[in-house]
Design a protein around this ligand. Structure first.
Ligand code: URA
Ligand code: ZN
Length: 381
């Protein structure tokens, strides 16, 4: 195994965050079943919360892997991961009321920073084998003004273990082509903070044939298709509204190898070239000036969480090479269904194998995707 191996896509729900979800009765929430020894349930996707599903079976079981950092460290050791950039998992703090968004965000971000500092100090003093933790912070997107949100971007820059920001696709509630987001893009650009764009909301059940069909297949349709398309739509709306023209130095890491963006980039570019009228805000507006390809080659980084060679090849081709591609696991999601003591997770080994097969025999390229790129791009020790 090469060293370093850096996992840039790995989530936590901090204990305080889970307590907050436990106190809620609507999505997102944690349900503790009355039966002794039964698993708590994490209900974060709206399709999970149907009255037709008994409450004790809604969502997914939530065990200590979601919040206990020692469980993540054990997962890292098992898979040879030397460094992880941890991020709050979806739906982050999107659902908070305006008056509590800022306090909660600061609290969660400070907890993440403190966890990284504590674990790294312990690892240094005790040679635990795990080298370092870093984090992506969350933003108080429901705060009263975009300026308040932008302030958190600047504050995060002062915390030593923060390496950027994780955010969903809803922005301030109207999506990522909302001009009200400009102060936030400006702040990200000015501080050169990486934005990790991650899906949560998926597609409406109707896109899959209605709620009954969605539920029939568990999480397969929302996670395999809804998530990647959500990311693709969000970043395409950013492009169409000229975000990358107004903020040409913005740096964005797209989850799940960009959803379907690498595969569809040519089609998106072609549709733009054939569109006569960009009509927005009641009038004709300028379409994007910089091409999808230029944006992919200068503004966008892709994780390698796509579980197959076809997706990785598209990602590498679209990003203009392997040096914008970064290994990730999506831990603690996708645990094996039959977990054995000390076993490797299928979801992780599938990604390891896909990277090896796609890039071999170029060992330097494999090393770059597994860790070198992250060290360079995120300025890790
Ligand atoms: N399911 C989620 O809800 N989030 C992830 O990041 C992965 C799977
Ligand atoms: Zn994820």
């Amino acid at each position: 195994m090469p060293d370093p191996i850096v996992d840039i896509h790995t989530h936590v729900y901090t204990p305080a965050y889970l307590d907050m979800l436990r106190a809620r009765k609507k999505v997102p929430y944690v349900h503790d079943p009355a039966a002794e020894g039964a698993d708590s349930r994490l209900i974060i996707l709206s399709s999970d919360d149907s009255p037709s599903i008994p409450q004790d079976q809604r969502g997914r079981p939530v065990d200590s892997s979601y919040s206990d950092i020692n469980v993540k460290l054990d997962f890292m050791r098992r898979h040879g991961i030397t460094t992880s950039v941890i991020s709050l998992a979806n739906p982050w703090l999107d659902f908070l009321d305006a008056d509590e968004a800022q306090t909660w965000t600061e609290r969660i971000n400070n907890d993440l920073e403190e966890t990284c500092a504590r674990i790294n100090k312990f690892a240094e003093e005790n040679e635990t084998g795990v080298k370092t933790l870093y984090a992506f912070g969350a933003l108080p997107l429901s705060a009263p003004t975009a300026a308040v949100v932008a302030n958190e971007v600047s504050r995060l820059k002062t915390l030593p273990h923060m390496r950027g920001i994780i955010m969903g696709t809803s922005g301030l509630g109207k999506g990522l082509d909302d001009f009200a987001l400009d102060p936030i893009w400006a702040s990200l650009e000015e501080t050169q903070s990486l934005l990790f764009l991650h899906p949560h909301y998926g597609l409406p059940d109707e896109a899959f044939g209605g709620p009954e069909v969605t539920q029939r297949y568990g999480h397969v349709l929302p996670l395999a298709l809804g998530f990647p398309l959500e990311t693709t739509i969000a970043v395409t709306r950013m492009l169409l509204s000229g975000v990358f023209d107004r903020f040409p130095k913005l740096k964005i890491l797209l989850a799940h190898s960009g959803g379907t963006l690498p595969f569809l980039a040519g089609r998106i570019e072609s549709c733009i070239a054939h569109e006569r009228h960009f009509v927005a805000n009641g009038g004709k507006t300028q379409g994007p000036v910089r091409s999808v390809w230029e944006v992919l080659n200068t503004n966008i980084y892709l994780d390698a969480v796509v579980y197959g060679e076809a997706g990785l090849k598209a990602a590498i081709h679209a990003a203009g090479g392997h040096d914008r591609l970064l290994f990730g696991t999506d831990h603690p999601f996708f645990p094996p269904l039959d977990e054995k003591e000390d076993g490797q997770w299928l979801s992780v080994s599938t990604n390891f194998k896909a990277i090896e097969k796609t890039l071999s025999p170029n060992k330097d390229a494999v090393r770059a995707v597994l860790g070198g790129n992250a060290v360079r791009i995120l300025n890790l020790k």
